[in-house]
Design a protein around this ligand. Structure first.
Ligand code: BG6
Length: 481
């Protein structure tokens, strides 16, 4: 298997998001976020998004793995693995519990002071996402989430407070996690988590798509304004965008399939074009104008987009996408889900996610060719069931195989293809609540946490086999896979 040492200063580490591990959902003044109204689901049962917290329902994010009270122990374990960087988010509702207050919640700010101090004690660089599926529920109910232009101000204020408070303790930032997820506008979970939009029953696809383009526009403007302010507060800040990148390929060589693959990319991958270039790509602009979507765009917005471009492109990589024109012709493409086909050459995880290590090298090459910017892998990994042996060990060789093959492809991209890569932060370095299903038993971690889907367990932390393997990868700077 190919391996190579990564450049000096390469940020090896791991990634999480506040709502998926902190717990303490209503402690120290924290408000209710969209994640707090999502029930537990499964591989086949979607999570329910309830109208507020309903007694008797299981909301796994409320207590999660209680990182809020275990962070010192957890960061110490990450340090033992040799982490150079740790990605998490700042829960918006710890800082602005409802989202539209004039003053931030001091107790929330203090928690992150302590967290970042602990990271630095171990030489770990915090990498911070501002909005990772944690929009205050009040902003959703009262303002309709990002369908409302006022959300730009609320987000920018939240960002500015964080930038000022953590000016000297955080260097690497990202504005919106996987902002491109909402291109699947028919998916209620993705619309709620990306944009705080709860569709009313009976809305047509066209109305949903229109709402998505307007909301995404406000988010992109909010991101750009925040980036501009961030760079003024500390010119050394590195502020990136964050996309869910999944290289697209046609199922067959037919021109319809190839054109459909192009159209699919144009409809999904334009978000990062706006972040990087400060303007909408031609095809999407034409599509939006032709369909009458995104009616509210001003000259000031367009100016803001050009003044708040990103320093780097961060992305998650889990799988590639294969499309077929059997169900939808290229010029009829609206609902992306209709184009997706099963790739017969790939194996799948227990949750049906296709496993394609070479896709990571393809992703790194595509993004480099397109953007000429430093890249940052801030999510990658395998969600799997783990079995705890009688002696407490977890032999997760399947996870090691997955990560090893992906890291090898990443190293080819850096060493052979010349990709400028800042670091590798695999997802869910400690077991946490799955975003998509709300499960604990869909595990990604190097560190096992004793808690199951029903919410039972001692919360004890223990090291899986992958813990020792990743420790070796980091200490050899990627050479010993
Ligand atoms: C990404 C998200 O989509 O994938 C994470 O940024 C999420 O929040 C991760 O947890 C894995 O998805 P899931 O559904 O397995 O948790």
């Amino acid at each position: 298997m190919f391996s190579a040492k990564m450049p000096k200063g390469f940020l090896w580490g791991g990634a999480v998001a506040a709502h998926q591990l902190e717990g303490a959902w209503n402690e120290d003044g924290k408000g209710m976020s969209v994640a707090d109204v999502m029930t537990v689901g499964s591989a086949t049962q979607p999570r329910e998004i309830t109208d507020g917290v309903i007694p008797g329902k299981n909301y796994p994010n409320h207590s999660a793995i209680d990182f809020y009270h275990h962070y010192e122990e957890d960061i110490k374990l990450m340090a033992e693995m040799g982490f150079k960087a740790f990605r998490t988010s700042i829960a918006w509702t710890r800082i602005f519990p409802k989202g539209d207050e004039t003053e931030p919640n001091e107790a929330g700010l203090e928690f992150y002071d302590r967290l970042f101090e602990t990271c630095h004690k171990y030489g770990i660089e915090p990498v911070i996402t501002l909005s990772h599926f944690e929009i205050p529920f009040h902003l959703i109910k009262e303002y309709g989430g990002f369908t409302n232009r006022k959300m730009i101000d609320y987000f920018v204020k939240f960002a500015e407070v964080c930038f000022k408070r953590y000016k000297d303790s955080v260097k690497y930032w990202m504005t919106f996690n996987e902002i491109d997820n909402q291109s699947s506008f028919n998916n209620d979970f993705l619309m709620a988590t990306n944009s705080g939009i709860l569709f009313t029953p009976g809305m047509t696809d066209e109305e949903k798509e229109a709402a998505m383009y307007q909301a995404a526009h406000y988010e992109l403007v909010a991101s750009a304004l925040a980036i501009k302010i961030g760079h003024e507060i500390n010119p050394d800040f590195q502020i990136g965008c964050m996309i869910n990148y999944s290289p697209v390929r046609p199922l067959t060589p037919s021109s319809d399939d190839v054109l459909l693959a192009d159209k699919f990319e144009q409809r999904r991958d334009w978000f990062s074009d706006v972040h990087v270039f400060g303007e909408y790509p031609k095809e999407v602009e034409a599509y939006i104008v032709r369909n009458g979507y995104r009616p509210d765009i001003t000259d000031a917005d367009r100016q803001a987009l050009t003044e708040g471009t990103v320093d780097y492109v961060a992305f998650s990589y889990y799988q590639t996408t294969t499309v077929s024109s059997e169900n939808v012709k290229p010029d009829e493409l609206h609902d992306l889900a209709k184009a997706i086909a099963k790739n017969p050459t790939l194996e799948r995880s227990d949750w049906g996610w296709e496993i394609d290590p070479k896709g990571l090298r393809i992703a790194l090459n595509h993004l480099t060719d397109r953007y000429h910017k430093p890249l940052f892998i801030v999510e990658n990994g395998l969600g799997a069931y783990d079995k705890v042996e009688a002696d407490g060990s977890v032999h997760d060789d399947y996870r090691i195989d997955y990560l090893r093959s992906h890291i090898s492809e990443m190293e080819k991209a850096v060493y052979l293809d010349g990709v400028d890569l800042m670091g590798y932060l695999p997802w869910g370095c400690i077991d946490l609540v799955s975003a998509g299903t709300g499960q604990m038993d869909k595990r990604y971690g190097f560190i096992y946490v004793d808690k199951n889907d029903a919410g039972e367990g001692t919360l004890a932390r223990s090291k899986k086999d992958s813990f020792y393997w990743y420790q070796k990868v980091i200490s050899s700077n990627g050479e010993d896979l």
